[in-house]
Design a binder for this molecule. Structure first.
Ligand code: 6PG
Length: 240
């Protein structure tokens, strides 16, 4: 087993500091990308990542009009459903920042899941024309209690999916069962992948992945030509 030599660990005192570090990173990378290329592409995740971003992003300084926002994974439910990740961001960021609804590249929840994955891939391809693989400026990822990230779950065949940008999952062990997810070739082609987490509940899995180097889905996030950053509070890092 190997550890992750390229992962930068930023350990801060408590959850509010995790939020500050995370949103400072987003601010810095957005400004760099906009200066270099005139646009900023960011992939979002649900769970506590959504909560952190909705608290912290309204305070950053950036050229919001230049942002395009994507979903590292999304649950195939109507946008009105409490399980919709997009719904969280819509409520937390639109109206609280200058971001507009049409800057979010969203799934079509009316399609069945395979068609929804294809449709989402087409929407992503339209933003990265002529690329073999898209290069997102920043992908923000969560880590579940089983070590999953995006909708890439332990021992699932999707961990080996290398032919598509966006895959469908019909049997997610975490409900709801139908989702679409970015695949590893996409995730690992990003300019930066960042995890952010807080609390004792994360400590065992953080140790298994960052300390012991277990090959769980979150540990397989290793950008081939980009940065990997884990932002942890002291409780989440307590077993390292
Ligand atoms: O769609 C989902 O079910 C969530 O996006 C999920 O993948 C989440 O990112 C992790 O489970 C971590 O969640 P917490 O950060 O809330 O523990």
């Amino acid at each position: 087993m190997t550890s992750i030599p390229k992962a930068v660990r930023k350990i801060v005192k408590k959850e509010e500091d995790v939020i500050k570090q995370l949103c400072t990173l987003v601010e810095q990378l957005s400004n760099e990308a906009i200066e270099a290329r005139g646009s900023f592409t960011i992939g979002l995740s649900g769970g506590s990542m959504a909560k952190f971003l909705c608290v912290g992003l309204p305070k950053i300084q950036t050229d919001w009009a230049k942002w395009s926002l994507f979903f590292c994974d999304e649950r195939l439910v109507p946008f009105s459903n409490e399980d919709s990740t997009y719904k969280l961001y819509l409520a937390g960021l639109v109206g609280k920042t200058p971001l507009k609804e049409d800057q979010f590249v969203v799934i079509n929840p009316d399609l069945e899941v395979d068609a929804a994955a294809k449709d989402y891939e087409e929407k992503v391809r339209a933003k990265f024309p002529e690329s073999a693989w898209p290069r997102f400026d920043l992908l923000l990822l969560g880590m579940g209690p089983d070590g999953h990230t995006a909708s890439l779950f332990p021992d699932h065949p999707l961990l080996e999916e290398k032919s598509v940008w966006i895959a469908a999952i019909h049997d997610s062990p975490k409900p709801p069962p139908c989702r679409v997810t970015m695949t590893y070739p996409v995730i690992n082609n990003a300019g930066c992948c960042a995890f952010a987490m807080a609390g004792q509940g994360k400590a065992d899995m953080v140790k298994r992945i960052l300390g012991d180097g277990e090959s769980l889905p979150s540990g397989r996030v290793r950008p081939t030509d980009g940065e990997l950053i884990w932002i942890l509070d002291e409780a989440a890092a307590s077993k390292l």
